[in-house]
Design a binder for this molecule. Structure first.
Ligand SMILES: Nc1nc2c(ncn2[C@@H]2O[C@H](COP(=O)(O)OP(=O)(O)OP(=O)(O)O)[C@@H](O)[C@H]2O)c(=O)[nH]1
Ligand SMILES: [Zn+2]
Length: 377
């Protein structure tokens, strides 16, 4: 985390840990502690400076920001700068994620290689590094653990085996992997994600980390993403948003989501550069490896998806689909030029309400110009 420099002495660096409506909860860096007593590990409820709004810059959970004019008493401030993002996940919407912590159980529920593959491919498709954690080691024999270790090594993964029922030293190894990083926890239901988070973040921290007032929504609502600070530094995002592993990537990109394929293509090349590794001649990927059939199944899925998308795009280009009062789809020709269409009354009202909401928080009056832009003055 960056320390404050004299040049930006009135700006306080921090990380956005939650967003609700127009407010961001910003956890200030611990390095601020010397400048303001009690400001380290302090959260401020912040609005966006008017200029950021004019530039159309949205704040995301995980964003590194600089806060101005902190009101230490009321714990409020204004976000003056959003620093460039290293990464930006879509679902869940979190910026600067360093790794995805994928949690599965070795038993109860039974470790299903097909389901694990779907989650792994989904995680790989983001391009963000993956840490695989296999929990409930206490429920299987050493021999079974070895079997999974070798099997997953063939897939290209080196998981951390843990048991949250026992004092597992491997949990410390996991702690070290998470330190100083932003990690998103993902995995199916019942594998022990909550148990792991409770182990990694003692109850005290969680209580302190809980948002209040205007930000106070449950941490398990789908829209809500929140980062929890780890005692050793770093943040964990626990979110259900990631947990439907619907694979959305192009057929050409799917191969990149399998370490086995990456490995084969690192050593040699297929005859055709756009090879999808099915039945093309001169393919170096096709062959006798465990997950090849899973690859083919997922390939069929993404090919079907792409076809649907192409059809939708073609239809959208020439016509508009509307749902009539009796639930039937109606096709209408598309209006030629956008500028002749007035925004709907609903859209204008919504935009108006959003701006009023902002104004009621008295950020500054420059947003009145936004009203003019919308023709609502
Ligand atoms: N035997 C055993 N049981 C465990 C272990 N870790 C968690 N459990 C149990 O597994 C069950 C599910 O754990 P949770 O932590 O709620 O799992 P989760 O992944 O958060 O589940 P969801 O909230 O449904 O997503 C609970 O009954 C835990 O007590 C473990 O290491 N060994
Ligand atoms: Zn090929």
């Amino acid at each position: 985390m960056t320390a404050r420099s004299p040049a930006n002495a009135d700006r306080w660096p921090g990380t956005v840990v939650a967003i609700q409506a127009n407010f961001s909860s910003v956890q200030l860096d611990a390095s601020n502690a010397t400048a303001q007593p009690d400001s380290g590990s302090l959260k401020l409820l912040c609005v966006r400076r008017g200029l950021l709004k004019k530039l159309g810059q949205q704040v995301m959970v995980g964003d590194r920001v600089e806060v101005e004019q902190p009101d230490w008493q009321d714990r409020r401030g204004a976000i003056a700068t959003i620093l460039p993002r290293k990464t930006a996940l879509d679902r869940p919407p979190v910026a600067n994620v360093d790794q995805i912590l994928l949690v599965f159980a070795l038993a109860e529920p039974t470790l299903d290689p097909n389901q694990l593959t779907r989650f792994l491919v989904k995680a790989e498709s983001t391009g963000i590094p993956i840490q695989l954690c296999l929990n409930k080691q206490d429920l299987i024999s050493d021999q079974q653990a070895k079997h999974w270790q070798h099997r997953l090594a063939d897939w290209g993964y080196r998981p951390t085996f843990v048991s949250l029922r026992q004092d597992s030293p491997q949990v410390d190894a996991l702690t070290a992997q998470l330190q100083g990083r932003i990690s998103v926890v993902a995995g199916p239901s019942g594998v022990g994600k909550s148990s792991l988070i409770n182990r990694l973040i003692p109850a005290q921290t969680l209580r302190v980390g809980a948002v209040s007032g205007k930000l106070g929504r449950g941490r398990h609502t789908t829209r809500h993403v929140e980062l929890f600070e780890l005692p050793q530094g770093g943040f964990l995002a626990d979110t259900p948003g990631f947990n439907q592993p619907d694979i959305q990537c192009s057929p050409e990109a799917l191969g990149d989501c399998f370490p086995e394929i990456r490995q084969r293509l690192a050593d040699q090349s297929c005859q055709f550069s756009n090879c999808l590794h099915r039945d093309e001649p001169g393919c170096v990927v096709r062959g006798d490896w465990e997950r090849y059939d899973y690859y083919l199944t997922l390939l069929d899925e993404v090919l079907a998806q792409q076809q649907t998308l192409d059809e939708q795009r073609n239809a959208e280009a020439t016509e508009k689909v509307k749902v009539s009062a009796d639930g039937k789809l109606q096709h209408e020709p598309r209006l030629a030029a956008k500028k002749y269409r007035r925004p709907s009354r609903k859209a204008r009202n919504q935009a108006f309400q959003e701006i009023c909401y902002d104004l009621s928080d008295a950020e500054d009056l420059s947003q009145l110009e936004d009203l003019e832009d919308l023709g609502l003055e």
